[in-house]
Design a protein around this ligand. Sequence first.
Ligand code: HEM
Length: 170
Amino acid sequence: MIDALVPAIPHIKALHVSMLSIWCAGLFALPLVLARHDPAIGQQDYAIIRRVGHYGYIFLVTPCALFAIGSGLLLLFLREAFEPWMFAKLVFVALLVALHAWVGRADMSVAEDARSEKPLSPRIPHVALTALIAAILTLVLAKPDLGAIPMPGWLTEPVGLHLPFDVPRR
Ligand code: HEM
């Protein structure tokens, strides 16, 4: 069934790049929105900023992240890109997901924690995001040969361990 999707690779890749562009743009924008969470700006503006940040995270940035990851996983199997550069890319994508979760947590905490009166600085998330995106783009566009990097045996071959409980047979 997956072979039937091979002609659609360019379209899936276009979806992947579009979704991850909105995802990453959102991860740049949301810390800026969070930085405006200053009670000094007045109740009405504060309510608008809260809504933009919260709904932007839930209804735009997170769905785009899911579509970017879903289409990426589909491409992974369609292109059979099981190469070391791809596994290195996935490590950085996991860090990007962690940053996404941190932004969501920061969004919740400004809403729920009355003590968080000091607006968050966007500098750290912006630096982390720039470094992660640069690393991911370098890996996916240059596709460096990382095969020469020595890896421990347990990462490169099956170690023959079994689950510590019985698995029902079909
Ligand atoms: C679970 C997450 C992801 C997976 C499994 C994944 C997988 C893939 C695969 C298999 C390709 C096709 C590579 C090729 O055709 O040579 C691809 C293309 C691409 N990915 Fe991802 N990706 C993921 C997330 C991301 C993220 C977060 C970014 C950037 C921030 C990104 C940037 C790109 C770009 C720019 C391309 C196009 C490269 C080209 O056509 O040469 N990907 N991705």
